[in-house]
Design a protein around this ligand. Structure first.
Ligand code: VGL
Ligand code: ZN
Length: 199
């Protein structure tokens, strides 16, 4: 069976100094680079929002950053402005070996819907196209690394398991945001969905 490595959102804005910094987000970069040659395909995701995106607190007058709002598709955390298309913060971490990637899949470009998962937008139905790409290339076993463990990595790994892929998480090569226990909840949810953890 051939194996794909799915590297979630290792972008400047999710690393220390960025707009939505994940603690220690930069510390996984060297390990992720080292892992790349062990896989038959390397796929990067890139959070890629238009300015004024509906997931930004700044687009909701009076709303606080990291508060919850209700969107037509369900509850949504309101984030600081981050990963705006073409901005410096949307670039990958400068040390990430991006040249090794077969595919860079962008997500979050729909102004009205956030997209945590690499497979579906947060309405849980609009596909990004990644499932078809992986199936047509014959990749059935996927290893997930990146940022943030409790949001985009979590949603991507759970969707992969639900879609019938073998999904493996490398917790040592992920870092989380952890809002009100979200990291523990995410780890439980992934285990329940059938995601396995490897070191
Ligand atoms: C992410 C919050 C907002 C992530 C992306 O990559 O986990 N989190 N956008
Ligand atoms: Zn985002």
């Amino acid at each position: 069976m051939s194996d794909a490595l799915i590297i979630i959102d290792i972008q400047k804005d999710f690393c220390p100094g960025g707009a939505l910094a994940v603690p220690e987000g930069d510390l996984i970069v060297a390990g992720v680079n080292e892992l790349m040659p062990e896989y038959d395909a390397v796929i990067l995701t890139q959070d890629w929002h238009p300015a004024g995106h509906s997931s930004f607190a700044s687009a909701h007058p009076g709303a606080e950053v990291m508060s919850l709002t209700e969107m037509p598709y369900g509850p949504q955390v309101l984030w600081p402005d981050h990963c705006i298309q073409g901005s410096d913060g949307a670039h990958f971490h400068p040390d990430l070996a991006v040249d090794r990637a077969d595919l860079i899949i962008r997500k979050g470009y729909n102004p009205a819907i956030d997209s945590y998962s690499a497979f579906f937008e947060n309405d849980r139905t609009t596909p990004t196209g990644l499932e078809g790409y992986l199936r047509t290339r014959g990749f059935m076993r996927l290893t997930f690394v990146g940022l943030a463990t409790d949001f985009c990595v979590n949603f991507s790994a759970v969707d992969a398991a639900h879609l019938g892929f073998e999904a493996i998480l490398r917790p040592d090569l992920c870092r989380g945001i952890n809002i009100e226990g979200s990291l523990a909840t995410a780890m439980e949810g992934m285990a329940q969905a059938g995601v396995s953890f490897a070191a």
